[in-house]
Design a protein around this ligand. Structure first.
Ligand code: HEM
Ligand code: HEM
Length: 180
């Protein structure tokens, strides 16, 4: 029996799962809220909730980058084929790219509306620009298309994780689970 591969540390694991839950909630909220009739309090509530969680996620992602720089990922098991190592690095890089692009595009788009962001009902971040439908459409387009890319890559990521857990059984899934 090969020794199980080294795990991510506790903080990296916590950050992974906090961001994972937030991103899945954001995708659910995003897809749900765009169909709420315009001009209703319900739409305003869900948009502000989405934006508030989105900005919070951006801050946690920045903390995650800082933490990752100080705590690089542990080496993958030597048994893993080269193509899988390369693909996994590409997928992770794309996930991080989406995690940065989504809030930047969403926040920038919201600068070109009259709404801005009401952060969890606590305070308002007023828009820094005047309303501009054309610029809103550009950044909203980036936000929406990046969301589709993110959903696709995430599907591959989650399927790959379960492929390791259920078929390869090389401990790669467990690297990201809390425990001894
Ligand atoms: C059911 C959902 C998920 C499962 C089972 C899962 C599982 C995993 C596992 C096992 C790893 C470690 C891979 C390795 O050992 O190299 C990992 C890494 C990673 N996951 Fe997930 N994940 C999930 C959801 C997400 C979500 C929603 C995101 C964010 C968009 C995400 C982003 C990442 C990133 C960026 C890494 C690379 C970590 C690093 O090396 O810095 N995951 N995931
Ligand atoms: C990781 C962070 C985020 C994720 C995963 C995410 C995801 C999504 C998704 C899946 C949608 C629905 C697709 C569409 O655009 O029609 C959406 C819509 C939207 N998001 Fe985000 N979002 C994030 C951050 C943000 C932030 C920080 C803001 C603004 C401060 C924001 C503002 C919006 C707006 C205004 C819409 C609706 C656009 C419309 O009415 O068509 N998002 N988001």
């Amino acid at each position: 029996m090969q020794a199980p591969p080294a795990r991510y540390n506790k903080v990296s694991i916590a950050l992974h799962w906090i961001v994972a839950v937030l991103v899945l909630v954001l995708i659910g909220l995003g897809v749900y809220m765009v169909d709420i009739p315009r001009g209703t309090p319900e739409r305003s509530f869900f948009y502000n909730l989405h934006k508030s969680i989105g900005l919070t996620t951006a801050i946690i992602v920045l903390i995650r980058f800082w933490w990752r720089k100080k705590n690089p990922p542990p080496p993958l098991p030597a048994s893993m084929p080269k193509w899988q190592v390369v693909t996994s690095n590409i997928i992770h890089a794309l996930l991080y790219t989406c995690l940065i692009m989504m809030p930047i595009a969403g926040f920038t788009a919201s600068q070109f509306t009259k709404w801005g962001v009401t952060y969890f009902g606590l305070f308002k971040i007023p828009p820094m620009a005047s309303p501009n439908a054309a610029l809103y459409d550009v950044f909203q387009g980036v936000h929406e298309n990046t969301a589709y890319v993110l959903m696709f890559i995430l599907t591959v990521h989650i399927l790959a994780a379960f492929y390791h857990l259920l078929f390869v059984k090389d401990g790669v899934f467990q690297r990201m689970l809390p425990g001894r």
